[in-house]
Design a protein around this ligand. Structure first.
Ligand code: COA
Length: 260
């Protein structure tokens, strides 16, 4: 699959998707969102892909937001459609992937960029990263899930502060707030993400997919996360991975999961 705005790299079960518009600080225009939608669908169904890493091209930005130049002239209905379409194609798509997705936040993660990082299951930032939701400074609000996911990750008070001030926080502050899992020097960012991916890939793909669904259920309005956990837990008992994992434990050997 050939993309104009993305680079795809596969190594040892890890697919790295790099958003590649460095001249525009990897801002998310409509074409890039459509390509990411396709790339995510392809990764989801490709059994050779066990973990995904999403990052930005160049040393400066992960993603500096939705493409302001593209939406600056939109009217109300177009604005609404922009948000709904983007949420479905990219942000919810990432959150509901059946395999773990790690954001390698290599620089500015602003607006839609931070929203993309927050849709990922795990975030690792480089020490030069800066994060913020500057939308109110443009006369708009976060529209790609930011008002919801930021509050879930850092709490309502901090989220309100970040959205109201439109300010940026540094990587170490993001770590303190629980917005990112790790901060590492920029040169070590992808290595750290790959180290996490390697630890994850030792485990059952079917169980990982079930864990993603169960954790996500706790954040769905009206969904009963505990009930979903019971269902997902039960379903695991019918998988070949469960038989392999428990047999391997009893036979004192390493499990060889097939994801079935
Ligand atoms: N949408 C469209 N283009 C963007 C962009 C965005 N969100 N963020 C950066 N760019 C473009 C700039 O317009 C510039 O393009 P140009 O050279 O064609 O003029 C290029 O990327 C480089 O950005 P520049 O502003 O010159 O870099 P900087 O180092 O001076 O500042 C930022 C970096 C991130 C502070 C600044 O680009 C910025 O504030 N971007 C917008 C962030 C934002 O509000 N995001 C939320 C959108 S909802």
């Amino acid at each position: 699959m050939a993309f104009t705005n993305l680079l795809i790299d596969d190594a040892n079960g890890v697919r790295t998707i790099t958003i590649n518009r460095p001249d525009q600080l990897n801002a998310l225009n409509r074409d890039t969102i459509a390509e990411l939608d396709q790339a995510l669908s392809a990764a989801d169904t490709d059994k050779s892909v066990r973990v995904l890493i999403i990052t930005g091209s160049g040393p400066k930005a992960f993603v500096a937001g939705a493409d302001i130049k593209e939406f600056a002239h939109f009217a109300v209905e177009e604005g609404k459609a922009l948000s709904a379409d983007g949420q479905k194609k990219l942000f919810d798509h990432v959150e509901y992937m059946s395999k773990p997705v790690i954001a390698a936040v290599n620089g500015f993660a602003l607006g839609g960029g931070l929203e993309l990082a927050m849709s990922c299951h795990i975030r690792v930032a480089s020490d030069n990263a800066r994060m913020g939701l500057p939308e109110v400074s443009l006369g708009v609000i976060p529209g790609y899930g930011g008002t919801q996911r930021l509050a879930r990750l850092v709490g309502k008070g901090k989220a309100m502060e970040m959205i109201f001030t439109a300010g940026m926080i540094k990587a170490d502050e993001a770590l303190q707030w629980g917005l990112v899992n790790y901060v590492v020097p920029q040169a070590e960012l992808l290595a750290k993400c790959n180290e996490l991916a390697t630890a994850i890939m030792k485990n059952s793909p079917t169980a990982l997919a079930a864990a993603i669904r169960a954790v996500n259920a706790g954040y769905e309005p009206g969904a009963d996360g505990m009930k979903r956990e019971v269902e997902e837990f039960g379903k695991c008992f019918g998988t070949a991975d469960f038989k392999e994992g428990t047999s391997a434990f009893m036979e004192k050997r390493k499990a060889n999961f097939t994801g079935a």
